[in-house]
Design a protein around this ligand. Sequence first.
Ligand code: RB5
Length: 148
Amino acid sequence: MKLAIGADHGGFDLKSEIVGLLKKIGNIEVIDFGTSGPDSVDYPDYGKKVSEAVSNGQADRGILICGTGIGMSIVANRYPRIRAALCHDHFTAKMSRQHNDANVLVMGERVIGRGVACEIVQTWLDTAFEGGRHQLRLEKIGKIGSKG
Ligand code: RB5
């Protein structure tokens, strides 16, 4: 699997932790779009890079991290074919895959601890989409498209 990852300064430390986890898990080609340090940057610039990579097929999935996860979620869900889910725990990570087929995972470094974040990533990678009635709902979302 090819996985694009990006963060602003509010998510930089957690991104480093998650990149390490992904390397340990193995069989994942990580494309790290930055940011590469703690200096203040604008989250839309990094949300854009990861969202474009997933939207155009350069990556299969994406992970975005900012302080709350809210800004990155707003950015990512403006892109076609992106279903970005802001997850705070094991349950939301599992449901975002089973029901929403989320292809971008968003987390807030200032909201959750590192242990919870690593559990979220592992669950999100391991959980399959259930399809069925959920597929029909995603098709309805697809018809709405990107507005504005
Ligand atoms: C940066 O201070 C912060 O606003 C950003 O990381 C994010 O939380 C925005 O939604």
